[in-house]
Design a protein around this ligand. Structure first.
Ligand SMILES: [Zn+2]
Ligand SMILES: [Zn+2]
Length: 324
C-alpha cells in the first residue's frame, strides 16, 4: 500500500513538472492555441483560399462548398483576369464582397464586379476617396440598389462552416492603408488573417485591444512593405505561413527586405504572387494543402517547436512514469 501511494505521488509530481515546464518555455497562448488546434476539428467540408495573381494589388477568393467571398478587387485592368479566374472556379455569384480600403489596387475592378455578379453583401471601411474609381464603384452599387455596410470590430459573419470576424481597424486613421478592414477567418483548426494594407499603427492598436489575432496564415499587410508587419504584431499573429501579394519588379520595391527579415525571424514560410503566380490554400479544418512550395524560413516556427517538444516530452514522461 505504502509503495503504491509513493508511486502515484511520483507520477503526479512528474505530471505537474511536465506541464509547468511546457508553459514556462512558451507563452501560455502559444501552448493553448497549439493544443486547441491539435484537438479541434469540427468541419466536414473544405475551404479554399485563392490569392489571385493580379500583379501589384490584392484579390482573394474564399470558397466553401456553397459560399464565396471576394476580398478586394485588384486594379482596373485586372477585371478579365479576375473574371476568368472566378469562371475557372465555377463562381457565378458572390455572397460577400469585402473592399478593405479605397486604394486603386484594391477597388480597381470592384465596379465591374458589382455590375457583373450578384452579390449578397458588400463591406467597406469608413474612408472615402476622391477618385474616379471610387465614384464608379458607388455608382455601380447604386444602380444595382446595393448598399454597403461598415462592419464593427468584433462583428462576425459565416461563410459555410468558416467564421469570419472583423478585427480592424480599431481606431480612425488619416492614412487610408491603416483604415483597411482586417478579417480573421477560422475554419476548424485552420486560421487566416487578412490585413489589406494595414500599417504598424493599426497593427499595434489591434494588439492593444486584446483581440485574438493568432493565425496560421497571414496575408502580409501592404504587399510586404516595411511600414507593415512590425515585430510585435508578427509575434502576436504567429503565422506559420505568410502570403505576399505583389507585382514583379513593382515601383515600390515590395516586398521590402525589413519585412522579409521579420517574417523569417518568426519562422514563417513565405509565398509570393510575383514569384509563384496565384497561390491556393485548401483547408480541411486540420491540414492546409498549398499549390506551391513556400520559401522556408531559416528559423523554426514556434508551433513546430512546441509540437516537437510535446512529442519528446510525452515519450520521456511515459518512460519515467509508465503512464501511457
Ligand atoms: Zn495596396
Ligand atoms: Zn493601400
Amino acid at each position: 500500500m505504502k509503495r503504491r501511494s509513493k508511486h502515484v505521488q511520483k507520477k503526479r509530481f512528474y505530471s505537474i513538472i511536465f506541464i509547468i515546464i511546457l508553459f514556462l518555455l512558451f507563452r501560455y497562448t502559444d501552448v493553448k492555441t497549439i493544443l486547441e488546434q491539435a484537438l479541434v476539428s469540427n468541419v466536414s467540408t473544405e475551404l479554399s483560399v485563392h490569392f489571385i495573381d493580379v500583379g501589384q494589388g490584392d484579390c482573394i477568393l474564399l470558397k466553401t462548398q456553397d459560399n464565396t467571398m471576394l476580398i478586394d478587387a485588384g486594379n482596373k485592368g485586372d477585371f478579365p483576369v479576375i473574371q476568368d479566374y472566378l469562371a475557372s472556379q465555377n463562381v457565378t455569384k458572390l455572397d460577400y464582397l469585402v473592399l478593405t480600403h479605397p486604394h486603386e489596387d484594391h477597388i480597381g475592378s470592384a465596379a465591374n464586379i458589382v455590375k457583373n455578379y450578384k452579390i449578397g453583401a458588400v463591406y467597406m471601411t469608413d474612408f472615402s476617396a476622391d477618385t474616379k474609381t471610387y465614384r464608379s464603384l458607388l455608382k455601380a452599387l447604386k444602380k444595382k440598389h446595393y448598399t454597403y455596410e461598415i462592419p464593427a470590430v468584433g462583428e462576425s459573419i459565416s461563410l459555410g462552416e468558416a467564421i469570419l470576424t472583423f478585427v480592424g481597424p480599431v481606431s480612425s486613421y488619416d492614412n487610408a492603408n491603416s483604415m483597411s478592414l482586417v478579417i480573421r477567418a477560422v475554419f476548424g483548426s485552420n486560421s487566416f488573417l487578412f490585413t489589406g494594407d494595414a500599417e504598424m499603427d493599426s497593427e499595434k492598436d489591434m494588439i492593444n485591444q486584446n483581440l485574438n489575432l493568432e493565425s496560421q496564415v497571414l496575408k502580409v499587410g501592404h504587399h510586404g512593405s516595411s511600414t507593415s508587419s512590425c515585430y510585435v504584431f508578427l509575434k502576436e499573429v504567429n503565422p506559420k505561413y505568410a502570403v505576399i501579394s505583389c507585382g514583379t519588379d513593382n515601383d515600390y520595391g515590395h516586398p521590402h527586405e525589413e519585412s522579409m527579415s521579420r517574417l523569417n525571424d518568426v519562422g514563417a514560410s513565405v509565398f509570393r504572387t510575383d514569384k509563384m503566380g496565384t497561390i491556393v490554400a485548401v483547408c480541411d479544418g486540420k491540414e492546409i494543402r498549398w499549390n506551391q512550395n513556400g520559401m522556408e524560413s531559416t528559423q523554426e516556427h514556434v508551433e513546430d517547436i512546441v509540437l516537437d517538444w510535446i512529442k519528446k516530452g510525452t515519450n520521456e514522461f511515459k518512460k519515467i512514469t509508465g503512464i501511457e
